[in-house]
Design a protein around this ligand. Sequence first.
Ligand code: AMP
Ligand code: MG
Length: 509
Amino acid sequence: MACLPDFHFDNTFARDMEGFYTPSQPASAPAPHLLFLNQALAAELGLDVSALMGVDGADGAGGADGAALFAGNALPAGAEPLAQAYAGHQFGGFSPQLGDGRALLLGEVIDRQGQRRDIAFKGSGRTAYSRGGDGRASVGPMLREVLIGEAMHALGIPSTRALAVAATGEQVQREQPLPGAVLTRVAASHIRVGTFQFFSARNDLDRLRRLADYTIARHDPALSASPQPYLALLQAVAERQAALIAQWMNVGFIHGVMNTDNMTLSGETIDYGPCAFMEACDPTTVFSSIDRQGRYAYGNQPQIARWNLARLAEALLPLLSADADEAVTQATEVIDAFPEHYRRHLLRGQRSKLGLQRDDLADAALVDDWLSLLQVERVDFTLAWLHLADAAEGEAPLLRGLFSDARNLDAWLTRWQARCASEDGDAAEAASAGAQRARRMRSVNPRVIPRNHRVEEALQAASQQGDIGPFNRLLDALRRPYDKAEELAGYAEPAPAAVTAGYRTFCGT
Ligand code: AMP
Ligand code: MG
């Protein structure tokens, strides 16, 4: 008899949103084995995981009950598994029928902070929305989702998070057979731009309104009192996305597949498929093997976010006003304001990355010129910001060492130092201000990000050699992105240029 923790599910989506999903059961796994259990997140959710942990419980992985639960063989009491319907624009083309083809929402849990969180499986078998797919996932990509999601969380970026990964003991057929796995994902909700598009494409106004009301109740309850709650919802979502994309850009994150079905209303990053972090600074950077036109390149992300929000706005039009022209005018205003909101969030983040605390009109030009310098020499984005913190203390050799010709850098540093001095007061204060600035900069400019070669090395060991050690060590490093500890030095190094040049990531594998 499995000993499963009580999740205390309270499933509003299953209860209130009939017609938005298809109930569905997870496939059973022949030989489940728990590869990863997120104990900190489990505690946040109020779960008693001791029963899941097995005897030694080392390294976060656990015993047979945890394996049975997280592979889908034994559902906890109160779970009401369902596959959600959604549509979506994929690489610009509209698919009216996507939906959870390999995912299941088990239910919702109120966490220790009182926040409602979805608990969902990914890779748990076929559903009504699987189309030609097998509903499965493999070990490598699911562990990848753990690594990147935990890195994003540690960087303070809103993200869905992995609670567990269980290997199923079954092979999934891709280009070659791969070990199968199920990821358990925790999200503020799984409502996507594509969820609205699904009902809008069917002209199902009733359900569209119910979905908007549900989303407001769940994510923006204060807006229900607004004179125009649906317009206010669009504004709130645009604001969250502006903040989110700015955070992505400030750490060099490339989502890789910003289809409208992969953009949440909650403002959390979702679906870590072909994502990767930029190393050499270059806005055209693309890693995804299927993104041949570079639609989702690093530098395009703000524009794509705006494009996706315009698709959300279109879906919401009939709710905005009975007068179609009036609805378009209102929606357009929100979408047109997005770039300005985005730039405001971006610049706020950039200022703190530069060690600045006050606003100055010339800051946007200062930071743009800095980024141009990095781009011209294809300097490592993360290391450049990190070593700029040393320069705040008058130590520029590491930073200068990133450039083959440091003359332009030196000219820029002079400008930046003058700008810093404008905040520092007299000479006596300035001396300690440098150290304080460097400390502040090191708390916002990460040292450890998921470097592509490190991620691949960890996933290969786990997936091909059954060795979870490199994954666990990398995960530990990613959870301490600002830590100066000597043992993390190897995780701070860029990949060899040849590795990055040939690096390709894959979708939906
Ligand atoms: P993604 O690229 O992971 O965001 O997935 C896009 C769509 O394809 C979603 O509707 C997924 O549910 C579906 N999908 C991806 N992989 C599979 C699979 N192996 N089996 C069934 N559906 C899948
Ligand atoms: Mg998706």
